[in-house]
Design a protein. Structure first.
Length: 344
């Protein structure tokens, strides 16, 4: 199904004008709204337009909470788009319920989450951009906090709270968003996509999100963005709640995230423009290739543990700084033990 809208002027969203919440739902964003927003930013400038895209596919049971959390921000310059991938659940019913408050929506088959976000991005006219998934929701006052902090910066990074079905909460503050840190992951680094907001113009300048990546498209994008635009403002505000559940990609396909990241690191090794990042990637790729070689030599031990041990020792000494580590020393110990066992 393809459904796009030609809309009359958007209705202002409030607890009075929005549809009533489902029975039994209370609190934010059902019966509570964000605190009132000042007429201007703290420096007296006008509030910038903020564009938010929600990519959606068969998450209708969560989508209404997402939509309400965005509309009830009370933000005066909000542009909101919902890009659905042809859902067959209650998604379209929810979208139509809130259609008067959504600037644009469409439901059609796409090439994945990144493709859906790119479709929305192409229509965005705001200064600030973010995508909020259809199973997550914004915290009260999130948009105003980002818009206030973005002045003079390229990125605003705040707190995203992972929340679980049992009620557990894990707040995660994105920090240390320097390109090389995305690879080396030092203790002062953390990246959590919904807590990191970028400028729309710069996001478009990079061509949006690479549809080749199903799991790590936002990680690859943010690295490329932070290579080029480095003015990051870190804030302590909680901006978004990130739902952890069995049906989400994060919850059900976690191993595939790492597998795809390994492929992405190989690609970035050849395309990165930041020198520390490029060096970190090359070290990582070289180390991974060496470990693959160590595993290969271990597999040869069945035929000749003595030759495998000799080859491992010789090859490690060719580049001792990168190859003599706990992993290769442990492998060498195993090979030597096999050599001793075969002599008895």
């Amino acid at each position: 199904m393809n459904a796009a809208t030609l809309k009359p002027p958007k209705v202002a969203a409030s607890l009075v004008t929005l549809p009533p919440p489902p029975a039994g739902r209370a609190g934010w964003p059902w019966t509570e709204a964000s605190p009132p927003i000042a007429p201007t930013r703290g420096d007296g400038s006008a509030w910038p337009r903020v564009s938010i895209v929600t990519p959606s596919f068969n998450q209708g049971r969560f989508l209404e909470e997402t939509i309400r959390s965005i509309l009830l921000q009370g933000y005066p310059e909000l542009e909101y788009l919902v890009i659905d991938g042809g859902s067959t659940d209650e998604t379209l019913e929810v979208i139509r319920k809130y259609e008067p408050w959504i600037d644009h929506w469409i439901s059609e088959k796409d090439d994945g989450q990144a493709d859906a976000i790119n479709k929305g991005l192409a229509r965005c006219t705001g200064e600030i951009f973010q995508f909020i998934n259809s199973d997550d929701y914004l915290a009260p006052g999130a948009i105003a906090a980002v818009a206030e902090a973005m002045a003079g910066h390229d990125v605003v990074a705040g707190v995203a709270v992972d929340f679980y079905p049992d009620g557990a909460l894990t707040p995660l503050a994105s920090r240390g968003l320097r390109p090389a840190n995305f690879v080396t992951r030092p203790p002062d680094y953390l990246y959590h996509q919904p807590g990191v907001w970028n400028r729309t113009e710069l996001t478009k300048a990079l061509g949006g999100f690479d549809v080749r990546w199903r799991y790590k498209f936002d990680w690859v994008f943010q690295i490329r963005y932070c290579e080029r635009w480095t003015r990051v403002r870190y804030i302590d505000d909680v901006l978004v709640y990130f739902r952890m559940h069995e049906a989400s990609k994060t919850g059900s396909e976690g191993q595939r995230f790492w597998e795809e990241e390994l492929l992405a690191r190989d690609v970035l090794c050849h395309t990165a423009i930041d020198r520390p990042l490029r060096a970190a990637l090359r070290r990582f790729v070289t180390r991974r290739h060496w470990r693959a070689r160590v595993d290969e030599l271990l597999s040869f031990a069945i035929l000749s543990p003595r030759k495998a041990a000799a080859d491992l020792g010789f090859e490690a000494l060719q580049a001792p700084l990168g190859r003599i580590d706990r992993y290769s020393l442990g492998a060498l110990r195993r090979l030597l033990m096999q050599c001793l066992a075969t002599r008895r």
